[in-house]
Write a protein that binds this ligand. Structure first.
Ligand code: FAD
Length: 452
């Protein structure tokens, strides 16, 4: 059975590892699979412990509690490696541009034991930790130019002209996916949301001392909402990992590592506008100059612009599966960064696909993946994931709208609403996530298929 995974980002690599884990449960299946990952870029390699240097590429992101829980199910040692190499951020400090405190949002998932919380981590660090667990022989450093779906085989064309046949193709090639065309044609290109993110790094020496922002803010993620955009800063490594669990429970404060990550999101009509970094820095200074938190201007003045990212998201599409091609992660459903869920949903997709596939193969007692078994697995994957991810997309788009230019009344209403919701419901922003139990959903579809 030959499987091609197109793309070696979080989705592709975690799909490989979940497939390996799930197929290993059945002796007959264990060695019956030949999986190749196609990724054109170099493989990042990092040391095992705290990477505290500014990365050469990519940004940082928050791996939410549900993503960390999925990661723990994949591999407790990988989970702990990410925890050690990132910054656990169980509470986000929320502020207004006028200097008012809007409250503290818990970002924990206390449903399991031990508890999970959002971990701020560099993409490069996470990708490297996944690669470390994958044999080098599995990875082929080529770009896929085209994927074709078919009854008997799926076909992929590489940038060196090679044409290869596979029983299954996993399209994990991100928002500008080529694999998506095999499933949906070119009818559903990613949509520009009219929002632009500028990001960079700064030494944590610039983060506010406790007296300035309250006793717990020094080692925390701080998010500020304003009438003309949004600004956030966070440590992404910790100086002391031994207090992690206490920190997640809010019983201790972790000192941050050496550098912090910041990002500013605001409205911009043209996705292709590409101002130079110096011009952007001036623009940032102007935009945030009157904001209440003096830290923001201090951070901007002390750093260089490192990343410029227009927000493209995928619209809701009719399906993520064809006959022998399945889309995972951003290739299926690129989410806005304001959802804080992109990576976590990638991990959940990978688990929600690999688990039923191994189950179905074991049930039909086959090593070959025929079209019927694939069809059943694809239908289960869609049932477990699609409606849920679309809810996350809606919530993320709504959250992103607060970064647009707002008039005075709407601005004040936004602060009032956020303050009241945090006071009354704490983690209201996480409701869509907390109401969803991935493992229970997977078990539900497996039970249904047994009873059919
Ligand atoms: C500004 C910003 C902030 C974000 N913040 C967060 C956050 O805080 N929390 C969070 O969870 N998510 C966040 N995200 C989203 C998150 O980064 C993505 O959801 C996630 O990285 C998607 O992973 P992926 O593997 O599906 O796609 P990608 O990371 O895009 O990986 C796709 C891979 O496929 C490869 N590839 C592409 N084309 C081909 C091809 N033709 N052939 C072979 N390989 C190919 C690429 O080289 C790449 O390695 C953010 C995104 C942005 C833009």
């Amino acid at each position: 059975m030959k499987i091609a995974i197109v793309g070696g980002g979080i989705s592709g690599l975690s799909t490989y590892l979940f497939l390996e884990q799930q197929l290993a449960k059945d002796e007959r299946l264990k060695d019956a699979f030949d999986i190749t990952i196609f990724e054109p870029h170099d493989i990042p390699r990092l040391g095992n412990e705290r990477a505290d240097d500014i990365p050469s590429s990519g940004g940082g992101y928050g791996l939410a509690g549900n993503g960390m829980a999925s990661l723990r199910r994949l591999s407790p040692t990988l989970h702990d490696q990410i925890l050690r190499n990132g910054f656990p951020s169980p509470k986000f400090v929320m502020k207004s541009a006028r200097g008012w405190s809007l409250g503290v949002m818990p970002f924990t998932d206390l449903r399991g034991a031990p508890p999970e919380c959002c971990v701020m981590v560099l993409r490069e660090v996470f990708v490297a930790a996944l690669y470390e667990r994958i044999p080098a022989s599995v990875i082929v450093q080529h770009k896929v130019l085209k994927v074709e779906d078919g009854n008997d085989q799926a076909i992929i064309e590489l940038d060196n002209g090679e044409i290869l046949n596979y029983d299954l193709v996993v399209g994990a090639d991100g928002v500008w996916s080529k694999a998506r065309c095999a499933v949906l044609g070119d009818k559903y290109p990613p949509e520009y949301r009219g929002l632009f993110t500028v990001a960079g790094w700064v030494s944590t020496d610039y983060l506010p001392p406790p007296a300035e922002t309250g006793p717990t803010a020094h080692g925390q993620t701080v998010m500020t909402f304003g009438p003309n955009g949004f600004f956030a800063y966070t440590p992404y490594t910790t100086g002391n990992i031994s207090a992690n669990e206490k920190h997640i429970r809010g019983e201790a404060t972790l000192p941050p590592g050496k550098s912090a990550f910041w990002w500013s999101r605001s409205a911009q009509e043209d996705s292709k506008a590409n101002p130079d970094n110096a011009e952007l820095k001036q623009e940032l200074e102007k935009r945030h100059s009157l904001w209440g938190d003096p830290m923001i201007l201090r951070i901007i003045q002390a750093s260089e612009v490192a990343l410029k990212i227009p927000t493209f998201v995928m619209p809701k599409v009719p399906t993520w599966v064809g006959q022998r091609v399945v889309l995972i992660g951003d290739a299926a459903h690129a989410l806005p960064s304001s959802s804080g869920q992109g990576v976590s949903q990638c991990l959940e997709d990978a688990e929600a696909f690999a688990n039923p596939l191994a189950f179905n193969l074991a049930e039909v007692n086959k090593e070959e993946v025929d079209l019927k078994t694939l069809g059943t697995t694809f239908a289960q994957y869609i049932k477990v994931r699609k409606a849920h991810v679309e809810k996350v997309l809606d919530a993320g788009n709504k959250a992103g709208d607060s970064s647009r230019d707002l008039n005075y009344v709407i601005e004040l209403a936004m602060y009032g609403m956020t303050w009241a919701m945090l006071k009354l419901f704490g983690a209201f922003f996480l409701k869509t996530i907390m109401d969803y139990d991935l493992l229970a959903e997977i078990e539900k579809v497996k039970k249904q298929s047994r009873s059919n």
